[in-house]
Design a protein around this ligand. Structure first.
Ligand SMILES: *[C@@H]1O[C@H](CO)[C@@H](O)[C@H](O)[C@H]1NC(C)=O
Ligand SMILES: *[C@@H]1O[C@H](CO)[C@@H](O)[C@H](O)[C@H]1NC(C)=O
Length: 365
């Protein structure tokens, strides 16, 4: 009986405590807000009163625990706020480390505000429930926190279009749940971790527009789900691992604008890759003569390399080539005819050593 009474008391205490948001969460949100300045839309005007779980713009709480679970603030959105103001968002200030007091945080999205500076608070790596970190389109600087790999539940890491620098921390490959990695257009340098292939859940790896050097780790080809790999506009050197052409679902491979040398692996010419850009590298040797019915390209751009020899005859047996660019190489000989070539223009073959035939205005002897 006495025990029963205690349980009832306990339940009463718990239910009254969860009616509104936790005071520590509320205090953390207010500190977070205080470090930011959003002059045009007034999105933070709703962040007043005791209950941060109701009607605080962009804040969502867990319905069971009443702890803050999501902060979702996007500077480009269809929301009425933006329609009324007839403009996209702009915000300055910093991401306060006070955010790390939101210990049940599952997603933090502060996207496309253009003006948020500061570093990523390293304490963020101690938020055990974090699944989404999206800070795309700001002026975030500094490094990716060294302890990033601790976030075992993280599925989305989107830091594109910022000013992040330094190397990719080795711990990153410990993110065993990561599905979407977007680090495009930052100032990241140094090599890709050799064990990049440990990111087994990854389906998109977008790293273009940085200063990444070294070679392409062949372990990438162990990422079974990888569909989209963009390493373009970096400083990668070495050769293309032939195993990339054996990947189950890889559909887009962009390696353009690097310093990659050596031959084009034959495996890439009849793989599942349908969007292949190898333009502006130092690739040499011949275009592998292994095209076949499995070769299906919406885009195949091999321009601005050092490719030699003829355009392989087998290319006529490709099932589809939407956009082909072989310009600025050292190719020679007759351009094959056949259906994949019917719609091509001269510009896609210019500046080679001695190509001839249609669509070039140079007859073969
Ligand atoms: C990755 O995780 C393992 C196991 O938890 C740990 O021993 C290792 O130190 C981590 N690696 C890095 C580079 O943090
Ligand atoms: C391939 O990459 C080059 C260099 O970045 C770019 O100019 C070109 O438009 C790309 N080709 C295709 C088909 O997207």
């Amino acid at each position: 009986m006495k025990a029963m009474f205690h349980i009832v008391l306990l339940l009463l205490a718990v239910s009254s405590a969860v009616e509104s948001c936790s005071p520590t969460d509320r205090a953390a949100l207010l500190d977070f807000k205080a470090a930011l300045h959003e002059p045009y839309l007034g999105i933070f005007n709703s962040w007043t009163g005791d209950d941060c779980c109701h009607d605080w713009y962009g804040v969502t709480c867990d319905p069971q625990t009443y702890r803050v679970a999501d902060i979702d603030l996007r500077g480009e959105s269809e929301d009425p706020f933006f329609e009324r103001a007839k403009r996209t968002g702009y915000m300055t200030g910093t991401i306060s480390p006070e955010i790390c007091k939101l210990t049940r945080l599952s997603s933090l999205t502060m996207a496309d505000w253009k003006g948020i500076t500061s570093e990523i608070p390293p304490c963020i790596t101690r938020l055990p429930f974090l699944r989404i970190l999206d800070l795309i389109g700001n002026k975030i600087s500094g490094r990716i926190p060294a302890g990033m790999g601790r976030l075992r539940r993280l599925t989305v890491l989107s830091l594109a279009d910022n000013q992040i620098t330094e190397r990719i921390p080795p711990s990153l490959t410990n993110l065993s749940s990561l599905m979407h990695l977007d680090l495009r257009n930052n100032k990241i340098y140094g090599p890709l971790p050799r064990d990049f292939g440990r990111l087994r859940m990854l389906s998109r790896a977008l790293l273009s527009g940085n200063r990444i050097s070294g070679t392409i780790p062949s372990s990438i080809s162990e990422i079974y789900r990888l569909a989209d790999l963009d390493l373009s506009t970096n400083r990668l050197s070495g050769t293309i691992p032939p195993s990339l052409g054996k990947m189950a679902v890889l559909a887009t491979l962009n390696l353009d604008c690097n310093k990659i040398t050596g031959p084009i692996p034959a495996s890439l010419m009849n793989s599942g890759v349908s969007n292949l850009n190898l333009s502006r590298n130092g690739l040499d040797g011949k275009i592998p003569d292994v095209f076949g019915p499995r070769s299906y390209f919406t885009a195949l751009d091999l321009s601005h390399n050092k490719l030699r020899g003829p355009i392989p005859r087998s290319i006529s047996s490709a099932s589809f080539i939407g956009h082909l660019d072989l310009s600025y190489n050292h190719l020679c000989g007759r351009i094959p005819s056949g259906s994949p070539f019917d719609h091509l223009e001269a510009s896609q073959f210019t500046n080679n050593d001695c190509l001839c035939g249609k669509p070039l205005h140079k007859a073969c002897n």
